[in-house]
Write a protein that binds this ligand. Structure first.
Ligand SMILES: [Fe+2]
Length: 138
């Protein structure tokens, strides 16, 4: 289980909320494993996590762009690497090549934990006024 604490806060309320949602999606996983849910249900949970992670990363990248965070490209790569890994888990699991275990779940947990505490913290405090860009066009 992973519990959201104040130290995970990046001082952006809607992003904190999404991180909390990510934690609870992951906790559903632990529950599923513990309750020996069917493979079908577990696969659905991975899909849910993937969908949610993608949505969250998009929101976060938009935020970083809006505040002019200089490490956006690298950060985006980290997000992509995670999605690739999780998609790989999903593919292997649904084709019977991977047993969903605590190791897999812990990998996801550790990644999220480290990512928020090191990478996400880099944009914490960057709150340039979020006004609409005055120039038109791309
Ligand atoms: Fe991030």
């Amino acid at each position: 289980m992973i519990k959201w604490e104040e130290r995970y806060s990046v001082d952006v309320p809607h992003i904190d909320k999404q991180h909390q949602q990510l934690f609870s999606t992951l906790n559903n996983f632990y529950e599923g494993l513990r309750n020996r849910e069917s493979d079908e249900n577990m696969a659905r949970m991975i899909e849910k996590l993937l969908l949610y992670a993608k949505e969250h990363f998009a929101t976060e990248e938009k935020h970083m762009q809006a505040v002019g965070f200089p490490g956006l490209d690298n950060h985006r790569k980290e997000h992509q690497a995670f999605i690739e890994k999780a998609e790989d888990f999903h593919k292997k699991f649904t084709s019977g090549k991977l047993l969903l275990s605590l190791e897999v779940t812990n990998f996801i947990k550790e990644w999220i934990h480290n990512h928020i505490l090191t990478e996400d913290m880099r944009y914490k405090g960057m709150k340039r006024a979020m006004r609409k860009s005055s120039h038109t066009g791309g």
